[in-house]
Design a protein around this ligand. Structure first.
Ligand SMILES: [Zn+2]
Length: 77
């Protein structure tokens, strides 16, 4: 299998969406292929960064009358 095809597997592997058999296959390839290992590391960094980014942001629940207040303000302009 070529590296190009592996790349699609890498993100699936990262999300643990590959079957056990294919995960093993990817692991084996990663230990043998530097290019894909680098690709995988950067994918991993990205996903950890995204998790950190979205994990720390608290999206407050909008107050129930938010919409009414919003339109009140709009109407005042
Ligand atoms: Zn490779």
């Amino acid at each position: 299998m070529t590296c190009e095809k592996r790349k699609r597997d890498l993100s699936l592997y990262l999300d643990k969406e590959l079957s056990q058999e294919r995960s093993k296959d990817v692991e084996k390839h990663l230990s043998a292929c530097n290019a894909c290992l680098k690709e995988f590391e950067s994918l991993k960094r990205n996903s950890e960064y995204m998790k950190k980014l979205f994990g720390t942001i608290d999206i407050p629940d909008l107050p129930l009358d938010f919409e009414r207040k919003f339109y009140e303000q709009v109407n005042q302009i």
